[in-house]
Design a protein around this ligand. Structure first.
Ligand SMILES: [Zn+2]
Length: 54
C-alpha cells in the first residue's frame, strides 16, 4: 500500500467495498460506512447505503 492510498479522500467506492476491513479500521469511531458514496457516520440513518463496520 503506497502513501497516497492511505488518504481516504482517494478511496473509490470500489476500493471501499473491496478493502472494507481496512476502511473500517481507518474510520475511527464511526460505526457505519456508506457503500454508495463512501461517507461515514455514527448511525445508519445518516447514510444512503449503510454498512456496519467490521
Ligand atoms: Zn451514501
Amino acid at each position: 500500500m503506497g502513501k497516497e492510498d492511505k488518504r481516504m479522500c482517494k478511496w473509490s467506492t470500489e476500493k471501499i467495498k473491496k478493502d472494507f476491513g481496512d476502511y473500517s479500521e481507518a474510520i475511527g469511531d464511526a460505526s457505519h460506512a456508506c457503500m454508495k458514496c463512501g461517507r461515514v457516520a455514527g448511525s445508519k440513518e445518516q447514510l444512503c447505503k449503510p454498512e456496519k463496520r467490521k
